[in-house]
Ligand binder design. Structure first.
Ligand SMILES: NC(=O)c1ccc[n+]([C@@H]2O[C@H](COP(=O)([O-])OP(=O)(O)OC[C@H]3O[C@@H](n4cnc5c(N)ncnc54)[C@H](OP(=O)(O)O)[C@@H]3O)[C@@H](O)[C@H]2O)c1
Length: 310
């Protein structure tokens, strides 16, 4: 099969289109024809070699943890799926090697969720990792009913889904940080936009009124946003960070690392099918232009998601 792969770690140019053997199919796995693969910041970090201390990596390495496609074959132990089924998955495995940037991927059937026919493959591929991260980090701090929630990087892949999911979970108000050019977009998602930067603490305090504090914070940006959030949240146990694990642990903040979960993926994609969750895809690229997709994402200002089509 054709796939984007790398044999050494580095900048985007280490990736190239290669002819590689088709993935092998284990007894509890499904073999999926990839129609679209979501691009996530973690793919760029893996490509750069930054995650080698966290998980075993093997080359040639095909990046990509988000997939939407069609089941081609199933392993001997698989009953839930059959060839022709349309599926999506957060396809993170224990070893980093055979990802979604290729024509085929094999993955454990427990990771896979059914794709509703009304949700297209590009939208489906943009959803799992970012949607699960958004949902699991909100759940980790019990964000929901009646809460005023602050979401950082609200125009990004995780954030734009998280502001909407927070409302679905019952948050009374969601405040989202973004640059001014994204404020109308953030407003259209049901959140109150504020500009990030030095003036953020005062801006949020003024917006919420009263004691100027919020009930829950999802830090998807780190750095200054993390420090400011410590000053804005009423109770640090109700703040989570997906970017700064060590500092989260030092400060009594909840560190979230998203886990694959087929049931939650199904819940998310059903929200999309029902029109209650909007997935914004800024741009798609054909698989062979994965280098361009990584460069765009590494610019740090994508609105919503970037997706590769196969
Ligand atoms: N722990 C986990 O399980 C997990 C899971 C997913 C992602 N992550 C990490 O979380 C981070 C966010 O992921 P993502 O997919 O949402 O990234 P992304 O889509 O690339 O984020 C881009 C967004 O970030 C915004 N932004 C840039 N600088 C900002 C700042 N200083 N303050 C607030 N917003 C800012 C941009 O908004 P403007 O254009 O308006 O500036 C842009 O919309 C990444 O570092 C990623 O690796 C961790």
């Amino acid at each position: 099969m054709k796939a984007i792969a790398l044999t050494e770690f580095g900048d985007a140019e280490v990736m190239s289109l290669q002819e590689l053997p088709d993935p092998l199919l284990g007894p509890d796995q499904v073999l999926v024809e990839v129609r679209a693969a979501g691009v996530n910041p973690v793919d760029t970090k893996i490509r750069a070699g930054y995650l080698r201390g966290l998980m075993p990596h093997h080359t040639p390495l095909i990046p990509g943890w988000d997939v939407a496609g069609v089941v081609r074959a199933v392993g001997i132990g698989v009953q839930a799926w059959k060839p022709g089924d349309e599926v999506l998955a957060y396809a993170r495995k224990d070893h980093v090697q055979f990802g979604a940037y290729g024509e085929l991927i094999s993955l454990p059937d427990r990771l896979v969720a059914r794709k509703p026919s009304t949700v297209d493959f590009v939208t489906a591929a943009a959803l799992p990792l970012a949607g699960l991260t958004a949902l699991q980090s909100l759940k980790a701090i019990g964000a929901g009913s009646g809460d005023v929630v602050l979401v950082h990087a609200a125009a990004g892949g995780v954030g734009h889904l998280q502001v909407q999911i927070a409302r679905v979970l019952g948050a009374s108000r969601v405040i989202g940080t973004a640059s001014p050019r994204n404020h109308d977009f953030v407003r259209s998602l049901g959140a109150e936009p504020v500009a990030y930067g030095d003036a953020l603490v005062d801006a949020v305090a003024e917006l919420v009124g009263g004691d100027g504090l919020v009930d829950a914070v999802a830090d998807n940006a780190g750095g200054l946003a993390f420090d400011q959030s410590l000053r804005l949240v009423r109770d640090r146990a109700r703040m989570t960070s997906i970017v700064d694990g060590p500092r989260a642990l030092e400060n009594g903040v909840v560190n979230t690392w998203a886990r694959p979960d087929a049931e939650q993926t199904r819940w998310l994609v059903d929200l999309v099918a029902d029109g209650r969750l909007r997935v914004e895809v800024q741009q798609t690229f054909p698989l062979e232009e994965a280098v361009k997709a990584h460069k765009l994402l590494e610019g740090g200002h994508v609105r919503g998601k970037v997706v590769l089509t196969v």
